[in-house]
Design a protein around this ligand. Structure first.
Ligand SMILES: [Ca+2]
Ligand SMILES: [Ca+2]
Ligand SMILES: [Ca+2]
Ligand SMILES: [Ca+2]
Length: 346
């Protein structure tokens, strides 16, 4: 049900990993000679092959095990990256055993960039990505054993280099926004009279993920009147109906308008359903249907999505019944949990 399909979002990336320290590049070069001399001295693997690491992943020697492995690099501004990027840095890491991991890119100085994107490319070539919002981008993924890439791609311009910290760490996806048996805070309105098209808002095609507004001018997101605080949870419920797809890869599509709280800068979303359906969850800033946020992960039953968000902003939480579904309709619950995360100092 979910993983690779998903949203081969934007870019590629590079590796991750880390065994015990990450301070010893495999070629023996001393750590810290990577041109990031402003960065604090700690256990970071330090970028050292900026000029070449956009084309081929920089070997880090990091082996990902039971502890976090940090990589310290910077968005360099003295060369044009491939594809018109300001800079692209790819890093190779290794996993000894399959593991669920969280990859977190902190770049507090990146606000002036047009875009800063994190991507993870697995040994099998599947890619997932996360956009940096408010200095932070987070992705969770189940990785097989083997060599993988983590990548950082910057678009736009900057007067000077922007340091960042990229951390790959073990994760427990089951602990993220667990679905409890609760009465939902908001239930989808009955949209059967509108052919289940009353609240669709976004049409979605997968692999690669392309999203856009529906042609309809009469659909509206469900007005939940709910805000997700940084320690709060809002549970949505609805029905993903058995209707014919309308030009994309989904049957029924349901969008819910939800505000983020004053300090909420990160969302975890988990969907669960009973039937043999395959539902996908995406997040959009309201009125931005072309810019999907979050990538579903295959690490748990149902659907789990995480994404950085802006505080005090209206978002559309979208759930659609994939054409891969074996059976519809499906009654679902969709929990939206808020968090306040502080980007790491680079
Ligand atoms: Ca760089
Ligand atoms: Ca580079
Ligand atoms: Ca529906
Ligand atoms: Ca609908």
């Amino acid at each position: 049900m979910r993983p690779g399909r998903a949203l081969s979002v934007l870019l590629l990336l590079a590796a991750c990993g880390g065994d015990d320290g990450g301070t010893s590049p495999i070629d023996g070069a001393p750590p810290g000679d990577a041109g990031v001399s402003d960065a604090p001295v700690d256990d970071c693997y330090r970028e050292r092959l900026d000029a070449e690491n956009g084309d081929a992943a920089e070997p880090t020697g990091l082996v990902v095990g039971g502890v976090a492995r940090p990589i310290c690099g910077q968005v360099d501004v003295d060369h044009a990256g491939a594809g018109g990027a300001l800079d692209r840095d790819r890093f190779a890491v290794t996993l000894v055993t399959p593991a669920a991991v969280v990859v977190r890119l902190s770049a507090p100085g990146s606000a002036g960039l047009e875009r800063l994107q994190l991507a993870i490319t697995t040994a099998t070539g599947a890619a997932i990505g996360a956009r940096v919002i408010g200095g932070l981008g987070v992705a969770i993924v189940q990785l097989p054993a083997g060599a993988h890439e983590l990548s950082v791609t910057a678009l736009g311009n900057s007067a000077g280099a922007i340091p960042y910290r990229l951390v790959i760490a073990p994760d427990d996806p089951t602990a993220r926004c667990p679905l409890a048996t609760v009465n939902p805070d908001y239930r989808e309105a009955d949209e059967s009279a509108a052919g289940h098209r009353a609240n669709d808002m976004v049409q979605v095609r997968g692999a690669p993920l392309v999203t856009s507004a529906t042609p309809s001018t009469s659909d509206r997101p469900e007005d939940t009147q709910r805000a997700v605080s940084s320690v709060g949870r809002v549970v949505l419920a609805g029905t993903s109906a058995d209707v014919a797809p309308a030009g994309d890869d989904y049957h029924d599509r349901d969008a819910f308008a939800v505000y983020t709280g004053q300090t909420t800068n990160f969302l975890e979303l988990r969907a669960g359903w009973a039937s043999a359906a395959d539902l996908d969850v995406l997040v959009f800033e309201a009125e931005h249907p072309d810019e999907p946020l979050g990538v579903p992960t295959a690490t748990v039953a149902g659907e789990l999505v995480v994404t950085s968000v802006k505080p005090a902003t209206l978002y559309w939480v979208w759930i659609g019944g994939s054409t891969r579904s074996a059976a519809l309709p499906a009654s679902y619950q969709l929990a939206v949990c808020g968090r306040e995360l502080t980007p790491d100092a680079p």
